[in-house]
Design a protein around this ligand. Structure first.
Ligand SMILES: N[C@@H](CCC(=O)N[C@@H](CS)C(=O)NCC(=O)O)C(=O)O
Length: 217
């Protein structure tokens, strides 16, 4: 199976971490935005990353890919079967992909993607607006962050944790620290990023951010 897209994208990173938590072997095509790669566009007709292929199954959209993977490769279960837990896991996934990524994206696009990869000036005002949104979101999250060693839904790792943890890597990349006052959020995010499913990817991204190597176009 093959995942298309650079993991600097929170959606690609989420899918990659999900594949890793499943213990699956997968190939990576770390393409950037606007890629005209034919195989990628067959998987992702609107050109959004991630794209994904498993044999003849061609998919895009991180949540669609994770839903496929959980059904096709059920062990370990990462989308709960119990009705309420299932709904809550999907709810966190949706909130991560929309509410959290909205603020994170304003910062990451204007402070990183525009100046570094598109060679255009980012809008610092929009980035600042994003920072405010992310700070507000973190306060919301603090009251719901799991106890140390636990997880967002049903006491076990699920899609909810993977989806929520992923955009926090971009928060780190733009140099925004989680305030000390949000200690539960800080601890949970750190524990998620230390998991094997995230750690190597995050380390490689830190090198990209430090300018040690680039991403393929
Ligand atoms: N809902 C999609 C969102 C994917 C998405 O918007 N990816 C961004 C990169 S972070 C992208 O490809 N943007 C380029 C575009 O919209 O043309 C998912 O979960 O995969």
């Amino acid at each position: 199976m093959k995942l298309f897209g650079a993991t600097l994208s929170p959606f690609v990173r989420k899918t990659a971490a999900f594949l890793n938590e499943k213990g699956l072997n997968w190939d990576h095509a770390p393409i950037g935005l606007g890629s005209q790669d034919e195989e990628f566009l067959e998987c992702s007709p609107f050109g959004k990353i991630p794209g994904f292929r498993d044999g003849e199954v061609k998919l895009s959209d991180s949540t669609a890919i994770c839903v496929y993977l959980d059904a096709a490769y059920p062990e370990p279960r990462l989308i709960p079967e119990r009705a309420e837990d299932r709904a809550r896991a999907i709810w966190w996934d949706e909130i991560a992909d929309t509410v959290l990524v909205a603020g994170v994206g304003k910062m990451f696009f204007n402070l990183v993607v525009a100046p570094r990869f598109l060679k255009q000036k980012g809008d610092e005002g929009v980035a600042e607006e994003g920072r405010g949104e992310v700070m507000k979101f973190m306060e919301f999250f603090e009251a719901r962050a799991p106890e140390p060693g636990s997880f967002l839904v049903g006491g076990a790792l699920t899609l909810a944790d993977i989806s929520m943890a992923s955009p926090f890597v971009n928060v780190e990349h733009v140099g925004v620290a989680i305030p000390d006052s949000l200690s539960r959020t800080r601890a949970w995010v750190a524990a998620m990023h230390e998991r094997e499913s995230f750690a190597a990817m995050v380390a490689a991204e830190r090198k990209i951010m430090a300018g040690e190597f680039g991403v393929k176009g």
